[in-house]
Write a protein that binds this ligand. Structure first.
Ligand SMILES: [Fe+2]
Length: 311
């Protein structure tokens, strides 16, 4: 059976993609950002997922304001990079996984979670930037990707709670897929930022860091954050963080935080990143060691695994 082996969240700032494409990653400003993802790339190279389910939002690239689905599931065999105004990014075409995507569509829709099936779609920086951050810049992406687009552009976006429940429905779908696939779910967007209006440039590190803490420890608390609170505390575009809750809903209640990175700014956005593994998996990893640690020691070992880099 397929299973979700980890959840990953990261910002998807378009300027990060431009820095990669223009070979500026070694410049001091950008090195600060990219250095935070070096360990993540190592982790990903070891995790070697068979499929990624990537939650992101389209920025008027695939969907214009004429038609904006609240939740859209990419069921195509491939998803070319979108032209966002300066030509498509020089990144590989994203290969899909139509069989698993069709299974997810059937499972979540018959489970009364309506989702729009998309059989042709281009993908923009919202999807390709997190791919670069976690996989680098290979000639071909190492695994298929199922894009899940969430509307956070046109009012009203879905609630954080609804996003969390979508994650739950996706997990149920994945776990009922007969093939042995190891799946990583990405949540992308955020963190705090506002790109226009009198509060343009707003960043709220306190809110962001509390969000990261609760993503690990108390995600249900995050599902109660209302749209107005996101806008007030994290800026107009901070609402993108509801997409992280899809990722979190797809994981077990109890998780181990294996990595975190937070830095400000990249362009005008706070960059946040976290890797979570189901608690069971971490416990399994430590099994087989000479002596079984007592409860207290287990918790200390889990804490020691958490590597925090904050700047
Ligand atoms: Fe975005």
């Amino acid at each position: 059976m397929a299973k979700i082996i980890a959840g990953v969240s990261s910002s998807h700032v378009p300027a990060i993609g431009a820095a990669i494409d223009n070979k500026q990653t070694e410049e001091p400003y950008w090195k600060r950002v990219f250095s935070g993802f070096e360990k993540s790339k190592e982790w990903m190279a070891q995790a070697k997922p068979d499929v990624v389910i990537l939650i992101y939002n389209d920025h008027a690239s695939a969907f214009s304001v004429e038609m904006v689905p609240t939740f859209a599931l990419g069921c195509a065999a491939e998803f070319p990079p979108a032209d966002e105004g300066w030509g498509p990014r020089p990144v590989p075409v994203v290969k899909g996984h139509p069989q698993l995507a069709a299974h997810i569509a059937q499972s979540v829709i018959l489970d009364e979670f309506d989702i729009t099936v998309v059989n042709k779609m281009e993908v923009d920086h919202g999807l390709t930037v997190p791919m670069n951050l976690l996989f680098g810049s290979p000639k071909e992406w190492p695994c298929p990707v199922i894009p899940v687009a969430v509307n956070v552009v046109l009012y009203p976006p879905p609630t954080g709670h609804r996003c969390f429940m979508l994650g739950r429905a996706i997990r149920k779908a994945v776990e009922s897929y007969p093939e042995d696939l190891r799946v990583v779910v990405f949540g992308t967007g955020g963190m705090s930022h506002q790109i226009s209006g009198p509060r343009a440039g707003l960043i709220n590190s306190k809110f962001d860091k509390a969000f990261l803490d609760n993503l690990t420890k108390d995600p249900k608390k995050l599902t109660r954050i209302q749209h107005l609170e996101y806008m007030r505390e994290a800026g107009a575009e901070g609402i993108e963080m509801v997409m992280w809750l899809v990722m979190r809903g797809a994981l077990e209640d109890k998780v181990d935080e294996v990595y975190r990175f937070y830095t400000v700014p990249a362009s005008n956005t706070a960059v946040g990143h976290i890797i979570l593994e189901p608690h069971r998996r971490a416990a399994k990893k430590s099994a087989g060691k000479a002596k079984k640690p007592a409860g207290k020691m287990k918790r200390a070992a889990a804490r020691a695994k958490v590597q925090r880099i904050r700047s």
